[in-house]
Design a protein around this ligand. Sequence first.
Ligand SMILES: Cc1cc2nc3c(=O)[nH]c(=O)nc-3n(C[C@H](O)[C@H](O)[C@H](O)COP(=O)(O)O)c2cc1C
Length: 292
Amino acid sequence: MTDLYQLMMNRRSVRNFEDRPIPEDVVQKLLDAANNAPTGGNIQPISIIAVTGEKARKELGDTFGSQPWVAKAPLSLIFCIDFHRLKRWASLLDTEFKGEMSLLHFMISYADLMCAAQNVVILAEGLGLGSVYIGTVQEAVDEVREHFEMPEYVLPLMVLCIGYPKSVPKYIPKLKTDDIIHYGKYRVGSDDEVRKMFDDKYGDLDDNLDNYLKRAFVESVEAGEQSASWADIEKIKKEMEKLAIKNNAQFLFDFRYPQNIMVELNEHIISSFKKAGFDFLGSVDTSKGGDR
Ligand SMILES: Cc1cc2nc3c(=O)[nH]c(=O)nc-3n(C[C@H](O)[C@H](O)[C@H](O)COP(=O)(O)O)c2cc1C
């Protein structure tokens, strides 16, 4: 395996996969790496559904219509918070697990889930594979739960698509490491400093829109090569004109992730959580159990 630092610096999200299956022993290693990840209290509150095979891949891909790489990946892992198994075990052993009502259990479990997923990302990279997260599964929780016959208390919250890369994005803009690190205490930057961080990251929107889009959204553009309907720059430009997008922040928060829609989605997400039996706001009997 190459130097781990170099491997992490070279890693890019891959959305262009070869039509080549991943050998079973390699898949097993990836799954073992997920299972051996750090997990709060060693509770292991997650399950993973492995999706392989043409039919299953196509069906999963249909859920993410605008992301054609999902169907093309030879392996997709659906990472779920699984309180079903813990609740059953607790009840079999004459106690109760109320993770579905605890925001703290939820947050730790989601961190566990991402630790497991990121273990897979790094091992996959080391084994010559590429991967991409599909966070939009969080908007399709109901459909995914139904399709994969998940019982109550199981929440699919991340998908990771894995395969041998056909192409890897060459460049992805990032903030400088120093921009996100605060030594000792948090240092609030000046307006100019904040502006410069993001100007350096994204470049100037006025400079050249085509270059800007290619640079800032190279991952979309690369993927667009596989799917003409996706990441069509001309379409993006027209939409931006209509919305009078003038700078990078407006592009991100008015166009790519319109903030009113992000907030409105709360209702949908909370409803999916409730359908799965999760309710952090529900009342809980605190009379049982010891002190922490
Ligand atoms: C939580 C999370 C959700 C993501 N969701 C998606 C997604 O739905 N579709 C996609 O194509 N990429 C998705 N990505 C990948 C990001 O777009 C990618 O990590 C980002 O552009 C930075 O590129 P890099 O991974 O090459 O550094 C996601 C990444 C993370 C961490």
